[in-house]
Design a protein around this ligand. Sequence first.
Ligand code: PFF
Length: 449
Amino acid sequence: MTNTRGQWGSRLGFILAAAGSAVGLGNLWKFPYKAGINGGGAFVIIYIAVLFLVGFSLMIAEIAIGRKTQLNALGAYRAINKNWGFAGAIGILAGFIILSFYAVIGGWVIKYLFDSVSGSLFKINAVDYGGHFGSFISSAGSPLFYQALFMVLTLVIVLGGVSSGIEKASKIMMPALFFMMIVLMIRSVTLPGAIEGVKFLFKPDFGKAFTPKVIVDAMGQVFFSLSLGMGCMITYGSYLPRNTNIPFSGTMILILDSFVALLAGLVILPAVFSFGFEPGAGPGLMFITIPAIFSKMAFGNIFAIIFFLLVLFAALTSSISLLEVCVSYVVDEFKKNRIISSVILSIIIFLLGIPSSLANGAWSDFKILGYNFFDFMDMFASNILLPLGGLLLCIFVGWVWKTKNAVHEIQNEGSLKFSIAPLWSFIIKFISPIIIIVIFLTNFGIIKL
Ligand code: PFF
């Protein structure tokens, strides 16, 4: 079975594909708005702390399991210990749920891309972008149409195979995305009054902003943004050749991902302050401020087309990884045809996403634990399932597979130096699980920080 599986063309190919999975709507859309509703700097500091302590060690652990077993998420756990398949199953469930609401946002991106191309986006006055966005997402038909379109695009790529097309396209689109983001960041921070946004992002309010909700949101964001806790990096790691440098690749993915997130924050929040928008406006932040910035820029209409195209690409390189985790599970476990499985899964995921879309309009009064359906799905998957998947991963690698064996794999069976192995082992066995458990208990009010 192993030799029929694909392999990445090169180390760069893997890094870009894995970074393609990591860099997505989580960075461009979610990070700035989560920072916005969670008091800015406090959120960013906790995010960076969790990123380096927990994110880094888990990234390496997931890739190592994948490369060792050369199997999908569930199969990989079970190959090492037959009782641990459930940990992979939790991840697959998370992927299923995340893709259902991810496609809703992906649809919004397509709509904004079309409106940039037709020019209708620029018939609006800069201060009206909020109202325009609100009336679009609260309507019933149009967002569902675009959501379906996003699912179809995701499906088409997955059916075609995540082969050299994606790997090659990533090599062009990822640098293009960085370049665009830097241009936009410069425009945004030089708007009048923009400095308030920069301060908001980097100046933590130690007095009141460190609440359990901020901390849990920051942890959820790390998992979501790095595609961790649901076996995605296990799956991608399973296509790696034996001689790859896992710590180096993991570090690069981490750096690229956090760089894009901070850049997105620096594009969006300064503009929010400059135009007098509300930083805590929530999911619409990117769709309101970005068009407003473009409307103030020379050739803004052209930049808008390129920007939304790149966001769409970033979203698709992530959504295919989400769908792939589910598809490979169904194909492996139930021995079903890959094409039929992909189509059926896409339809079910689309249907599950409908209430998330309607939660922004017709069904906004329907609440679960105080959250609308969309926010509930996000909270449940990102703040509960992914960290739970991460916790199980630490316990598995630290105590079941054992760090000694994991380090042997990371060191390419002895030929590569992994000088921080003792520190990494300690973090996987003790620090990361303790951080995740403490954050969980704090969230449920069982302990008070
Ligand atoms: N990391 C992606 C993003 O930031 O948009 C979302 C994601 C992809 C989460 C794949 C989890 C995953 F397995």
